[in-house]
Design a protein around this ligand. Structure first.
Ligand code: AMP
Ligand code: ZN
Length: 113
């Protein structure tokens, strides 16, 4: 837990967010600036600055399982959804606490911009 980290404060409950799923390892919140009709952030409770800092593969297991579970529960599979991890400033990362974007509800271009 880092007091300086927005997603740590949200996970701990000291900062408000629209939480759509929560378990002992992961929270899922609505993105405050949605880029698609459904735009969620799948966030491990453990502070890791980016994908580059992950050593324990069980972090990915928790995060990706939560993402797929929420997508199923929200009925997103039929229309398709996209999972995105921005790692580092060059890839567009702006919040340095690991998270996976879950985007759905529109057609997505490939490759991403
Ligand atoms: P990234 O640019 O990949 O690091 O993604 C960070 C995401 O966090 C962006 O899509 C932001 O819109 C989102 N974001 C920033 N602050 C908040 C907040 N307080 N609540 C929810 N989402 C946020
Ligand atoms: Zn953090």
């Amino acid at each position: 837990m880092s007091r300086d980290c927005l997603f740590c404060r949200i996970a701990e409950g000291s900062e408000r967010a629209d939480i759509v799923y929560s378990d002992p390892d992961v929270i899922v919140i609505r993105d405050i600036h949605p880029r698609a009709p459904v735009h969620l952030l799948v966030i491990p409770r453990q502070h890791l600055g980016s994908a580059d800092e992950v050593e324990d593969p069980s972090v990915w297991s928790s995060v990706m399982n939560a993402a797929v579970r929420v997508a199923r529960d929200m009925g997103l599979c039929a229309g398709g959804y996209r999972l995105v991890v921005n790692c580092g400033a060059g890839a567009g990362q702006t919040v340095y606490h690991l998270h996976v974007h879950l985007l759905a509800g529109r057609i997505f271009q490939w490759p991403p911009g």
